[in-house]
Design a protein around this ligand. Structure first.
Ligand code: 5GP
Length: 220
């Protein structure tokens, strides 16, 4: 029986976790911490046509590709989902990147917008779990963006203008957390992840396990 229980742990199907939030809500920090604390969650590296920013690493932050290479991926139907950003760059999630993880029981974390989340939900259905982080207040959001010190006042204004549009999609998500305290938010998401891992649909080894339990009874 120990052997079967061991196997049961190994044959879980991975889940896809998408966390979305308006900029400044702490999505990036939350994602980094989740990946650092739980080695069974892998980050899905997206393909993008936007230029690499300072400090970004090929294959870690993104796969940086030309427009021609991106078109090639499109022609091969290689994307689970893809979007064209308002700024002209394109982003996509490769099927190969995701499937290589979930088929061996590893969960995957995505950085994508609500449009991508919607496409993923339509395609991968029960495999996808979406979480939306709301800021505690707009005043606090502005303060966080200003304190971050990475954006110019013009960029902050642009980001603030986009917030209403982004926030209007909060009710398409499975879970919603108001991010008052970062640590508390991380703990809440870890609880969501544990619960999702226990769902029957993800425990693909259960059938065999229950069969063995039944056999034990009938053999007695
Ligand atoms: P950035 O260029 O600042 O890294 O990302 C811009 C936006 O694109 C962010 O909202 C980010 O979540 C989103 N994004 C990054 N990768 C993907 C992807 O593969 N698919 C979708 N739909 N959005 C993405």
């Amino acid at each position: 029986m120990d052997e079967i229980i061991d196997r049961l742990k190994k044959v879980r199907k991975g889940a896809m976790f998408i966390i979305e939030a308006p900029s400044g809500t702490g999505k990036g920090t939350v994602a980094k911490e989740l990946l650092r604390r739980d080695k069974n969650i892998k980050f899905s590296v997206s393909v993008t046509t936007r230029p690499k920013r300072e400090g970004e690493v090929e294959g870690v932050d993104y796969y940086f590709v030309s427009d021609e290479q991106y078109d090639e991926f499109l022609a091969q139907d290689a994307f689970y989902e893809h979007v064209d950003s308002q700024y002209g760059s394109r982003y996509g999630t490769l099927r190969s990147e995701v499937d290589s993880f979930i088929n061996v029981g590893q969960d995957v974390l995505f950085d994508m917008d609500w449009l991508g989340a919607r496409q993923m939900k339509a395609k991968a259905k029960d495999d996808v779990v979406t979480i939306y982080l709301l800021p505690p207040s707009i005043k606090e959001l502005r303060r966080r963006l200003e304190n971050r010190g990475t954006d110019s006042p013009e960029v902050i204004k642009k980001r603030m203008d986009l917030i209403l549009d982004k926030m209007s999609h909060w009710d398409e998500f499975d879970y919603v957390i108001v991010n008052v305290d970062l640590e508390e938010t991380i703990l809440k998401i870890q609880k969501i992840i544990s619960g999702e891992r226990m769902k029957r649909v993800r425990q693909v080894g259960l059938k065999r396990f229950v069969k063995e339990l039944v056999k034990e009874v009938t053999d007695e």
